[in-house]
Every structure is written in C-alpha cells, then in structure tokens.
Design a protein around this ligand. Structure first.
Ligand code: GUN
Length: 283
C-alpha cells in the first residue's frame, strides 16, 4: 500500500478562499472580523507562529494586530490588557500565545478571556461545551485534524482511534472530538507501557509526541490513517514530524505530511473561529 497524502496546505488554501469570500460579504454588512494576538516575550518559535497568524488573517481580508509585551510583564498587567480587549467591541477574537513566562499563571489568563472571544477554544466553558457536543469554538489543531479527516470522507464511527499525547491543546481535545463522532478512543502518553501494542490496533492514529520520526511502519496496522502533529526542527534545519513519513507511507492508507500538513490547518481554523466570533455565533 502507498498512502494517500492529506495536504493541509491544499485544504487550507481552499478553505481560506471560501473565508475570503465570506469576509467580503460581512464587510458589506459593516462587520470586519478582527483578531488580536498577544505575544509575551521573545521566544523565536512563538514569534514565528504569531506572525504566521497575522499574515494568514491579512491574506483573507481580516483585520488583525499583535500586542507585544515584555518577558517581565506581570500577571496583573497582562490581565489588564485582556480586560481591555474583552471590553472592546471591535475585537472579535483574542489569542494569548502560549507558553507564557513562569511568573504568569496560564490558567488565570485563559479564564480571563471572554469565552465569546476565546478563538483558541481553551476557556473551561468552551472545553465543557465541546465535551457535551454544544456548538462552540473548537481548539484549532484538533479542529483542523477533524476537518482533514472529513475532507477525505474518512469514516470515524466505530473506528478505533489511538491518540498519542495528552496535552490540553492537542491530545485531550482531539480524543474528545473523535469520541463525539463515535470513535472508540484510546489515549497513550509518556507513561504508557508497550506503546506499540496500542498503536498496532489503531484505525486512526494521531501522533503528538514531540520527538522526530518515532512512529515507523512497525507501529502501524495495515491501512491505518496517520495524523502527524509533530513539528521538529533537526540540526540541519529541516522540519520533520513525529512520524517517519517514508516508512509509515508504505503501510498507512492516508497520512499527513510535515511540513504542509496539520500546521497550516491550525491557523486556518483560527481564522474560521474568528469569523464565527465576529458573526456572534458563540453565545
Ligand atoms: N502555542 C502552541 N500552540 C498554540 C495554540 O494553538 N494557541 C496558543 N494560544 N498558543 C499556542
């Protein structure tokens, strides 16, 4: 078997073209969707992600701004900035780039964002709504993964989905979204004994380990759908996923590449959520 590649880049381009049209229509009604991204400190990876978000917003005609705060900013100061954005009716979406410096309690910050502007889908109210299957902002990477599966009409109901990773941003919510669509879900993580015994049973395998090329064909069931969330920079500067793409492609039915896989979809779903916020669809 040679796996079919699910291109996040191609799907993103299609979705962004549709969103651009929708924004043109919204502008005729006087609504300009606006995303504010808050960047604390100087982490190069965070800076690069944030500028990618602004660039993508601008490409589809959305308004966006980056508020930069120093690494030394206090929690109180950051809360003040968020409170101001919560009150500003021209701001539809607020995203505070993670991670944050040690003096700031991440959960305090997430919980201070108005849930109606929480385009990351990290607020406990929105996580709760996701769990109960209510319409809300879904976290962008898991939402992007589900959109990729849907784009290829990959059936989820009754399938065994194995998720490696249990972060609040990716692993936990993607497992929940797969469960919402009637998959049987197994979570694996750093303390799992005999990882391969689980991955070998996966019809759908979502890999968010954070280490390069761990998952080879030996970990896969024939015909598995393999979603690679990893973004690892090797010493020669190249980007690679958590999955050994070449090896896994020999066994998988579908596979996502790195780069141009899940990454572009994350930003695309952020734009989708911001439009949803601007339309006032999340109460
Ligand atoms: N850092 C890494 N991924 C994310 C994300 O999806 N949202 C935010 N706010 N920070 C991140």
């Amino acid at each position: 078997m040679v796996a079919e590649v699910i291109s996040g880049r191609d799907l993103s381009m299609k979705l962004k073209a549709e969103m651009k049209q929708e924004i043109d229509t919204l502008k005729e009604r006087g609504i300009i969707p606006h995303l504010t991204v808050v960047l604390v400190g100087d982490d190069p990876a965070s800076r690069s992600y944030v500028s990618g978000k602004k660039k993508a917003s601008n490409e589809i005609g959305m308004s966006s701004e980056i508020i930069e705060l120093p690494e030394s900013v206090s929690e109180v100061e950051l809360l003040k900035v968020i409170n101001r954005l919560n009150q500003d009716s021209t701001v539809h979406g607020i995203l505070v780039q993670l991670p944050l410096p040690v003096q700031i309690n991440v959960q305090h910050i997430i919980e201070s964002i108005d849930p109606k502007k929480d385009v990351d889908g990290f607020h406990p109210i929105n996580i709760g709504k996701m769990m109960t299957g209510e319409d809300t902002f879904l976290p962008c990477t898991p939402y992007g993964i589900m959109t990729m599966l849907h784009s290829k009409n990959i059936s989820i109901e009754g399938k065994h989905a194995v998720v490696i990773g249990r972060s609040n941003i990716v692993g936990k919510p993607v497992g929940q979204l797969l469960l919402n669509e009637n998959a049987t879900v197994t979570y694996c993580h750093s303390k799992t004994k005999d990882l391969k015994a689980f991955t070998k049973l996966a019809d759908i395998l979502v890999v968010a380990i954070g280490k390069p090329n761990v998952i080879t064909k030996d970990y896969l069931k024939e015909g598995a759908v393999v979603i690679d969330v990893g973004i690892n920079r090797l010493s020669d500067g190249t980007l690679t996923g958590d999955v050994d793409f070449k090896s896994a492609s020999e066994v998988a039915s579908y596979i996502t590449p790195v780069p141009r896989g899940v990454g572009p979809m994350t930003i695309t779903m952020l734009l989708h959520n911001t439009i949803k916020a601007a339309k006032g669809l999340v109460k």
